[in-house]
Design a protein around this ligand. Structure first.
Ligand code: NAD
Length: 480
């Protein structure tokens, strides 16, 4: 089915968009925070009023159920509002202590916009995910050129069109459509930073292209999130949460749960509960469906290979199996006791499959969860708050949710991003605002320094006095 046709932005078109964005940046970056917030909030209200229209577009373009699409837009709206409201407090000028050596100085720091930010987005959350860069970059005073996924160009265009209705003075937020070539052109197009969300392999290509011009990058890449289930966990609640985390959006979620480590005592009960939920999930294209199609045809053989590999190497499919792959749909698959070095455990599957493996204790659970080249999100289920916090801190991921899945994405004040092959840099929260700025440090002399160190009239006595001060402050035991 063809929903629309969009031009493939070539190098020249991308270059022109960046040029227009640079001119617009002079105006947008020159507005004060309140004026920008007023305009961003006007756009936010449009998103609220036309939410169903946008959700329907997401549904038609990439296939997720309408209610999932609505939820995604709700989250994006929450983030847009937070970024608009908090930009001044996080980024505006503030005085900092000038320290003893700088006692005669007033010191301020402010976070200034970079200029033009390029954003390259994926299709799996075509609004929520890029909005993590777009809203925060705009609120920080940058203009944005956005290349949506070639699987969701209409959604990208819709966002830019509605923004232009709210902010008509200048092309502050533009869209260029196309696939890899257009993305590569944006990397080389003279932007001041590139915010990328997509697979790890593409992230490396983006970084290499940006390296040519020393353009800084933010990389939000893939994941292989693990959940840990302790013996004292509420197994009904844990199974419900993990099933949604694993199968929701047909498993096409960067912070989707793909592995679960369950302590021996709770294993059978947990697997039974997840299996019961998985078997009730409705898959299809109709309005009653809870899981839609697999958006990218080329992912289907990957999902099939991971299931087959797990079963061939001794894993057991307790729900579904290789036959669950019925293009364009994949029905939920629950695999247990899968070898840790099989692809279903080590690679991002990006389908509605879940590996549940048993562990002796929580130490082993953490070790296995951390034995991944990815490090995006994770989840912990236990009734003990202290154990939960200890486990969460030991998990080598950017985010962890306790007794829930993916809940960190609901909190706009929290940073979102990963480590290792999941990328670096952060969207959301104060870190997400600062990501699209450069800190500007200013010192102002209030009175002549008691000891002048930065002058050719400096004497050895001046240096000795400074040294004496430093010895007093930093050279004695028992002090910080
Ligand atoms: P992808 O890497 O195939 O494509 C992402 C974007 O990059 C698309 O817009 C694509 O056109 C563009 N692109 C492709 N080749 C390029 C090149 N050489 N230069 C510049 N741009 C290029 O990813 P996808 O299939 O759209 O999305 C799924 C992936 O995204 C999964 O791995 C998922 O985990 C990840 N993801 C991560 C996050 C996160 O926040 N960490 C969020 C959502 C999705």
């Amino acid at each position: 089915m063809t929903l629309g046709t969009w031009p493939v932005g070539q190098e020249a078109a991308v270059g022109e968009a960046v040029e227009r964005a640079r001119e617009a940046a002079a105006w947008w970056g020159g507005l004060d925070f309140a004026e920008r917030a007023r305009r961003l909030n006007a756009w936010k209200r449009t998103l609220v009023h036309r939410l169903d229209e946008l959700a329907d577009l997401i549904h038609r373009e990439m296939g997720k159920p309408v209610d999932d699409a609505r939820t995604e837009v709700v989250l994006a709206i929450e983030h847009l509002g937070w970024a608009a409201t908090h930009a001044r407090k996080v980024l505006g000028p503030r005085r900092v202590s000038s320290g003893l050596l700088g006692i005669n100085l007033a010191a301020t720091v402010a976070y200034e916009p970079l200029g033009v930010v390029g954003v390259i987005g994926p299709w799996n959350y075509p609004v929520f995910t890029p909005m993590g860069s777009i809203a925060y970059a705009l609120a920080a005073g940058n203009t944005v050129v956005f290349k949506p996924s070639e699987y969701a160009p209409d959604v990208g265009r819709w966002l830019a069109d509605t923004f232009a209705e709210a902010v008509h003075e200048a092309p502050v937020f533009q869209v260029v459509t196309g696939a890899a070539e257009t993305g590569a052109a944006l990397c080389r197009g003279g932007v001041d930073k590139l915010g990328f969300t997509g697979s790890t392999a593409t992230g490396k290509r983006v970084m290499a292209a940006c390296a040519e011009s020393l353009t800084p990058v933010l990389i939000e890449a893939g994941g292989k999130d693990a959940a840990i289930v302790a013996a004292d966990a509420d197994l009904d609640a844990a199974a419900e949460a993990v099933a949604f985390g694993a199968f929701g959006n047909a498993g096409q979620t960067c912070v989707g749960i793909e592995r679960v480590y369950v302590v021996e005592e709770a294993f059978d009960g947990f697997v039974r509960r997840v299996r019961d939920i998985a078997e009730r999930i409705r898959v299809g294209a109709g309005p009653e469906a809870q899981l839609g199609r697999i958006t990218m045809d080329r992912q289907i053989p990957v999902i099939r290979r991971h299931i087959e590999d797990a079963v061939e190497r001794g894993g057991t499919a307790v729900t579904g199996g290789p036959d669950s792959v019925r293009p364009p749909f994949v029905h939920p698959v629950v695999l247990v006791d899968v070898p840790e070095d099989s692809e279903a455990v080590t690679e991002e599957t990006f389908g509605p499959t879940l590996v549940i493996n048993r562990v002796r204790d929580l130490h082993e659970a953490v070790d296995r969860a951390n034995a991944s080249r990815y490090g995006l999100g994770s989840a912990v289920f236990t009734a003990d708050r202290r154990t939960a916090m200890t486990l969460a801190r030991r998990l080598r991921t950017g985010m962890t949710s306790i007794n829930g899945v993916q809940s960190f994405a609901l909190v706009p004040a929290l940073p979102f991003g990963g480590t290792g092959d999941s990328g670096f840099g952060r969207i959301h929260g104060p870190d997400g605002l600062r990501e699209f700025t450069r800190p500007k440090a200013i010192t102002r002399q209030r009175f002549a320094p008691p000891v002048e160190l930065a002058s050719f009239s400096r004497t050895t006595k001046d240096v000795t006095s400074a040294l004496g001060l430093v010895r007093l402050l930093h050279g004695r035991r028992g002090r910080r």
